[in-house]
Design a protein around this ligand. Structure first.
Ligand code: CA
Length: 692
């Protein structure tokens, strides 16, 4: 009951800003949607991904079958949450394309392609993914890989307005879903591995006019930005930074995923990413906490002014972002009703904070980790293991890795069980200081030696992701303990959906599974034919409950499974549709090196270039072709056309002319020919037949 009056109070507060009705989605509708709707990324502003629907439950789920499906035109990662309003399902695919379907029949209504230049894909660290749209008052909003925020007419898909939210000359991208809060569209961006300065922007939802911007790192010139963040940097945040590479790179701190609205406290909560470079010694002389990296920051929605922050990883050095899904809930803790913020960031601790103040209530290890022993309850800071800070000259092979104990895949919370369902992963990462570092604008600039680097790019350390596994964990946030879990042999599983039907939906090992939310018992499973990483959503049309999920792996950590063309699967009780099987996957055969034009290039130099510029995408087991098995390396002219002239730029393989020249390119080719003649350490990954 308490929740009801709280909502009523908030609705009264926002009514002046947003007139709403069933015809349009305003704040009121998102605060209190009809049971059968899914109106914003996490269903409601609280982002619990809990649906009150119960037609599909433990007794009926056995009859769940495919109602309809749709195939898409890209084999890159699919991360979108389908939203549903007034019988229309809106989703996005890789390359920021938007689709509207009749949610009952699957009939395509319209589609919109923002025509992102393919070479902009080079700036996306973790694939050209998109996590979905926002809908509000008849419009549909999408952020694009090339940094635009576009408002579409929800009925026709025609552009209503469009703004460039980033400097196109810098390696900014947008992969996250916009959120509309109190009449403003909020959007962040990515690019912290390359070198950008993070921020979140709010635009008027009706006109696209910039309302405010909040930067997450200081102005390098010490000047005012004329932004909402100026005051807090002047008063306290700038003092947490020392001289270092951040002054050139912008310092990172991108807000690439989590944006949540706490309507009770009238606060926007943003999740801030890692630093640039990762290496704190290089970034900031090893000094200072570097606010607001790896923090949850609370802002006023109308002005963007700072209210509070909680930094999960002070002096961030490991890509331990706090961009992961932020969730709000009302929990009874120590006999008191508390409104809390919950997050499972990459660093492996599950945080429960007071939503009004950001004060730490508790932090528990949701995965095994050794980089820190615990979070000090008084200071709220992790107590680091001595080896973790490799910037003191050591090497750390620590849990968790840069892919995190949990990445972007959203969690779900069931108020019925009181449990948070975390799509977790168990992995170990290697970190060491490089002998030297030069910041190269636009290139990978982490300032850390990781796997797949060193002489001839042989792994100096065991690659962080190669033996990684996954686990769906039912976590009790009050006691900070695991209630049940399901293990599987890969990381990067799907996001999670919880329902009042007592079910938890989650995909791993190519299967969507419905678990008993209380016990973890698998009640239903469906072979999706390929790896899914996107979270399912659920809705009702004409009295029937549907479950929808995007299929197709990719993204960070989702690169060890075969690429398949993107697909949307929609289920209902008694569904009998059948989706065609995906093509068989193949292992690319070794090259016939007798067909190669010999190279006079320097393979050692080429190996170093590979480590700096290519390995992140092309290393064995990576998402993009293993070049030691690519016919492209056989011929110097063809190889140069790709690497120097950008022959494949439309597919994301931009020209590297800005970084090195033709002689270097031949050194690279010499290296790949050397690799081709020396079988790789790791077994070759199978790929879909059409993907190479
Ligand atoms: Ca990162």
């Amino acid at each position: 009951m308490q929740k009801v009056w709280r909502w009523a109070a908030v609705v009264g507060l926002v009514l002046g800003v947003a007139a709403c009705g069933r015809a349009g989605v305003g704040d009121k509708a998102i605060l209190d949607p009809a049971d059968g709707e899914w109106l914003t990324y996490g269903r409601t502003y609280d982002e619990q991904r809990f649906s009150p629907l119960r037609q599909i439950d433990a007794a009926s789920v056995g009859k769940l079958g495919l109602a309809w499906y749709a195939d898409f035109d890209t084999d890159r990662g699919q991360e979108a949450t389908p939203l549903v309003r007034d019988g229309v399902l809106y989703t996005t695919t890789a390359w920021s394309k938007v689709y509207a379907f009749d949610a009952k029949t699957g009939k395509p209504l319209w589609k919109y392609d923002p025509n992102v230049p393919g070479e902009k894909g080079f700036n996306a660290c973790c694939d050209v993914v998109n996590r979905g749209v926002a809908i509000w008052k008849g419009k549909v909003y999408v952020g694009t890989i090339d940094g635009r925020l576009i408002a579409l007419d929800g009925t026709t898909g025609k552009v209503a307005w469009e703004v460039q939210t980033t400097d196109r000359e810098r390696p900014y991208t947008i992969t996250g879903a916009p959120r509309v809060i109190r009449g403003k569209v909020l959007i962040g961006n990515g690019g912290a591995e390359y070198g950008v300065r993070g921020y979140v922007s709010a635009y008027d939802a009706a006109t696209g006019k910039l309302a405010w911007r909040f930067y997450t790192t200081p102005n390098a010139a010490g000047a005012a930005d004329g932004a909402a963040s100026d005051k807090v940097f002047r008063e306290k945040a700038a003092a947490t930074w020392s001289d270092g590479v951040w002054k050139e790179s912008g310092g990172g701190g991108t807000v690439w995923d989590a944006i949540t609205y706490d309507a009770v406290n009238d606060l926007v909560l943003i999740g801030v990413g890692n630093g640039n470079p990762w290496n704190h010694k290089l970034r900031s002389g090893g000094k200072g906490d570097n606010l607001f990296l790896s923090s949850i920051v609370a802002l006023k929605p109308q002005t963007g002014e700072y209210v509070w922050h909680y930094q999960t990883t002070p002096g961030e050095s490991w890509d331990y972002t706090a961009t992961q899904h932020i969730m709000l809930a009302d929990l009874k803790i120590a006999g008191r009703e508390r409104r809390v913020v919950m997050q499972a960031p990459k660093n492996g601790f599950f945080y429960v904070l007071d939503a009004g103040t950001g004060q730490l209530i508790s932090a528990g290890k949701y995965v095994p980790l050794d980089w820190a022993t615990h979070v000090d309850p008084k200071t709220g800071r992790p107590v680091e293991a001595p080896f973790a800070r490799y910037t003191n000259g050591g090497l750390s092979t620590q849990m968790t890795s840069a892919l995190g104990g949990h990445n972007w895949q959203p969690m779900a919370f069931s108020p019925k069980t009181g449990l948070v369902y975390i799509p977790a992963q168990l992995n170990r990462g290697a970190y060491a200081d490089p002998d030297s570092f030069t910041y190269t604008p636009g290139a990978w600039n982490t300032g850390v030696i990781r796997a797949a680097q060193g002489p001839h790019a042989r792994p100096r350390f065991k690659p962080g992701g190669s033996d990684a596994t996954g686990e769906l964990i039912a976590w009790d946030p009050v006691t900070q303990t695991k209630r049940w879990s399901v293990a599987f042999p890969h990381q990067a599983s799907s996001g999670v959906l919880a329902t009042d039907g007592g079910l938890v939906f989650h995909s791993s090992q190519n299967h969507l599974v419905a678990y008993d939310a209380a016990t973890g018992k698998a009640l239903w499973r469906y072979d999706e034919g390929a790896r899914a990483i996107a979270p399912p959503s659920t809705y009702v049309i004409d009295g029937e409950q549907y479950v929808a999920q995007m299929i197709g792996t990719g993204g960070a950590g989702g690169r060890d499974a075969p690429r398949t063309m993107g697909r949307l699967l929609v289920f209902k009780l008694g569904g009998t549709a059948k989706a065609p099987a995906y093509p068989a996957t193949v292992v690319p055969p070794p090259l016939n090196l007798k067909l190669a034009t010999a190279s006079k290039g320097d393979a050692d130099r080429g190996g170093a270039l590979y480590a700096n510029y290519c390995a992140m995408c092309h290393q064995a087991g990576g998402y993009h072709p293993n070049l030691a098995r690519s016919p492209a390396i056989l011929d110097p002219d063809g190889f140069r056309a790709i690497v120097q002239d950008g022959a494949l730029k439309d597919r994301g393989m931009a020209s590297f002319r800005r970084f090195f020249g033709p002689a270097d390119t031949e050194d690279l080719r010499a290296f790949f020919l050397w690799q081709a003649a020396h079988p790789p350490v790791e077994p070759e990954r199978a790929v879909a037949a059409h993907a190479q």
